[in-house]
Ligand binder design. Structure first.
Ligand code: SIN
Length: 546
């Protein structure tokens, strides 16, 4: 008699689909809703359906919708933040097409905040106009809610939870699906589809302090890189200046919109931190503010700086920022007493898997959208609230490409562009001596990244960090897809897959930071404190050498 299998009541995912989507945030779900016109869509997600970075986005989604605004102004602000590395053509796409994509979100049921019958637009750093479309200070949660409801109403879309994509299945150099792991039962699964959309979000968890949820372990970037897709600009990690101190995991984000409504950053002695540093003061772009806080903490030895919200009336603070107030209360902070204690924390990965105008990666059959992708929009520094917008614009463009292929009677892969050429990753000096256990590796990686590859970097420290990350990567337990786990180690298996991905992403960040011997946007090197347009006005592209 066979013994009952754990979780055998759960339906098995179909083994084939017309379209496979990895990730259930804004990029994956908005793509699924559109792609459902082209066939059966299978969305897989490693935790629960709402466990995504999108759900944690607070500020909002930027779009040139205000009466005094225009996509060309949004374009200018985005290019200015990108510090010379944003691609003008791609930024134009996002600025021009963004307003329609925001209207589409509303058609799907997203309830953005309105005042007097019009969208109420917030202000954030680096924007010359009020253009942040928002739902209180829990915009991502509202978007996720509405998209999941729309997906639930779409019979062509099936969402399978707790299924961890491990590696792509490759045939003749093309992506034809994924090997995945049902990490609650330990069962390996192979899923096949002619087209896959990679929408796994970011990688903030590679840093000790991050605003990103625990699912943000860089899985998609690591998988794509291992499969041979070029990745770019991994050195550009955005640190959000105002995470609530002391930080938890994840750190609670005090949205930049608070500064948009008049909150001011102060030193512990009450003096203004940003006065005289930048004409926009506390609303300067994030790289400038985060670096100024970092320098102040190093100078003073203080554990945090203070976000003074006294200029915002209490009723407005409660009505407009319920999430921030709840976060303060949960940590026993009274914002009107001594202000809100804040520190920077890793927040957003500007680099990722290189994609083209239609969200196609260098791997035929694989699209990528959202934080996992490097579209060329963010350049060296992402403008606040441009990420949700970029995600919906490029998911839409991927769906348009599918439609174009169908109407032309082609398989999408028939029309795939030549792969983007990348530079080989420098060879490492890996050794596995004395390092065991993925949990320990993960903790060490997070500390190392925070200390040596953080807001301010130096070549010698980066070199040491690269050697250590490579040693850890060599020691990480093997892929469960090739080495199916025994059920007794199931709980550790998801951790092991994630840890390997985090180490891979950590290595890409350090290697890119080492290559860029200049300071630009989010990447600041104390040994090369200025920009070098002659040698470095270009992307850092890495491709795995096979
Ligand atoms: C915030 O609310 O401050 C974050 C917005 C963003 O990262 O775009």
């Amino acid at each position: 008699m066979s013994r009952p299998q754990p979780h055998s009541h759960r339906p098995r995912p179909p083994e084939t689909a017309d379209l496979l989507v990895i990730g259930s945030g804004i990029a994956g779900l908005s793509f699924a809703l559109k792609a459902a016109r082209e066939g059966r869509v299978l969305v897989i997600t490693k935790k629960s359906r709402a466990d995504s970075n999108t759900n944690w986005a607070r500020g909002g989604i930027a779009a040139g919708l205000g009466p005094d605004d225009d996509p060309s102004l949004h374009l200018q602000d985005t290019l200015a933040a990108g510090a010379g590395l944003s691609r003008r053509d791609r930024v134009e796409m996002v600025a021009r097409e963004g307003p329609d994509r925001v209207r589409e979100l509303m058609d799907w049921g997203v309830r953005f905040h309105r005042e007097g019958g019009r969208l109420s637009l917030g202000q954030e750093g680096g924007h010359s106009r009020r253009r942040i479309v928002r739902a209180g200070d829990r915009t991502g949660q509202e978007i996720e809610r509405a998209l999941l409801a729309a997906v639930a109403d779409a019979p062509e879309i099936q969402v399978v939870q707790h299924l961890m994509a491990v590696d792509f299945v490759l045939e003749d150099g093309a992506c034809v699906g994924v090997r995945a792991l049902d990490h609650r039962s330990g069962a390996p699964v192979e899923l096949r589809a002619p087209v896959t959309m990679l929408a796994t979000g970011g990688a903030g968890q590679v840093y000790r302090h991050t605003t990103n949820p625990t699912v943000a372990t860089g899985d998609g970037v690591a998988m794509a890189f291992r499969a041979g897709a070029p990745v770019a600009n991994m050195e550009f990690v955005q640190f959000h200046p105002t995470a609530l101190y002391p930080t938890r995991d994840p750190a609670f984000l005090m949205t930049e919109a608070l500064r948009g409504e008049g909150a001011v950053l102060r030193r512990m002695d009450g003096s203004s931190l940003m006065e005289g540093v930048h004409p926009r003061g506390s609303l300067a772009s994030r790289d400038v503010v985060a670096r100024t806080i970092h320098a102040e903490l190093a100078r003073s030895g203080a554990p945090h700086v203070v976000l003074d919200v006294s200029a915002i009336p209490e009723a407005k603070l409660e009505a407009r920022f319920p999430g921030a107030m709840e976060g303060c209360r949960a940590q026993g902070v009274d914002p009107y007493d001594e202000g809100i204690p804040v520190v920077p924390a890793a927040h957003y990965l500007c680099g990722g898997v290189v994609t083209d105008d239609w969200a196609r990666t260098g791997l035929p059959g694989l699209f990528a959208a959202g934080e996992v992708a490097c579209t060329g929009v963010h350049g060296a520094n992402r403008l606040a609230s441009n990420s949700l917008l970029e995600a919906v614009v490029f998911s839409h463009r991927a769906a348009l490409e599918l439609r174009r292929a169908r109407e032309a009677g082609q398989a999408p892969r028939d029309h795939w562009p030549e792969a983007v050429a990348g530079l080989p990753l420098p060879a490492g000096q890996a050794t596995s001596a004395g390092i065991e256990g993925s949990d320990r590796l993960r903790l060490r990686l997070r500390d190392l990244m925070w200390e040596s590859v953080g807001i301010v970097r130096h070549g010698e420290e980066l070199s040491r960090a690269l050697a250590e990350v490579e040693a850890m990567l060599a020691a990480v337990p093997g892929s469960p897809a090739t080495d199916p786990p025994h059920s007794a180690v199931v709980a550790r298996t998801l951790d092991a897959v994630e840890s390997r991905n985090m180490l891979e992403v950590g290595r890409l960040i350090v290697a890119s930071a080492l290559q860029r011997r200049e300071s630009r946007g989010l990447h600041y090197r104390s040994d090369y404190p200025g920009p070098d347009d002659v040698r470095f006005l270009s992307d850092t592209v890495l491709t795995r050498a096979f």
